[in-house]
Ligand binder design. Sequence first.
Ligand SMILES: Cc1ncc(COP(=O)(O)O)c(C=O)c1O
Length: 369
Amino acid sequence: MNLPPFKLERYFAKYEFNTEFLLCSSDCEAMSIADLLAIEEDASEKFQQVWLGYTESQGSPSLRVEISKLYETITPEDILVHTGAEEAIYLFMFAAFKRGDHVIVHSPGYQSLADVARATGCDVSPWRAREENQWALNLDELRHLMRTNTKGLVINTPHNPTGYLMSRADYKTIHTFAQENKLLLFSDEVYRESEYDPNDRLPAACDLGEDAISLGVTSKTYGLAGLRIGWIATKNKKIYERMASLKDYTTICNSAPSEFLAEVAMRNRQKLAQRNIDIIKNNLVVIDELFARRANLFSWVRPNAGSMGFPRLLKGDIENFCDDLVRKAGVLLLPGSMYDDSRNHFRLGLGRKSLPLAVERLEKYLNSY
Ligand SMILES: Cc1ncc(COP(=O)(O)O)c(C=O)c1O
């Protein structure tokens, strides 16, 4: 197996825990265990009683009940809980693909969605979203990327890093296309429920067909990355069983305290999501004003969901800019090169309460740029 370094994670390993302002995080503002438990009257007491033995490999039944409420047609038996979304991506790729297969992957994107597929030995074609199309995907290009051995299609919406939320019409066309061509559709929905207008929310892929797999996690919209609880939801029993059996070689089962806390979180997920959407919306006001003042320096496609955007620096080199900014001002941005983007984009995180202060610091730096 040949897995290259995960560029974004290596970058974060260097800066995440020693930089004052993280202005490029993909997750929303977290909270303490005490604050989470305070959401439910008897949760704190029950948490003390959590049994620290092995847990059920597919995830605790009561957690799967709560997760299944995210979907229209999914039962708890269709949910397989993992240690983060990352484990689920890893196991899905090995369960679904093999050497000689071809997979089409939404790009730019979260690196493991393409590179774990490659590590299984299959060929990966990036399906590129472009800034000039407001980060929408071109459906004609998908048809051109198809080969006789294409087995899978990987999409991510709301999208990391652009915050792009696909239109309902495009989403429907993609599903029909996947069904007609017998493709497994892996739909990374870890930013779902963070749409700025809830009317824009797309149906979950797993509700639209047997060969679709939806990916979810507590980390992003709900702001609980430290729980490391992710899941897949699918009616495809073959993929489910293969992933369940591969999981015996990675984590076997999930952390019992995390499963309890994730259950509390998912039961109250609307409250958690709203808290974070409010933070994002307040931050967007600050960011819109910044980019209006600095229109000569940045181009900006405003996201319509999620906790990220992917602006472009119009002057200078983005890697040097980010490097100098973090060293001189203690503000971390993520250069687009971490996504193999060569057009001077950078990832901007919108989900942290510290954003207004981080932007103040950034502007001070820009005054001498
Ligand atoms: C699109 C996407 N999928 C999956 C993941 C993995 O989520 P987690 O780190 O919670 O496992 C991330 C994390 O950044 C992501 O952005």
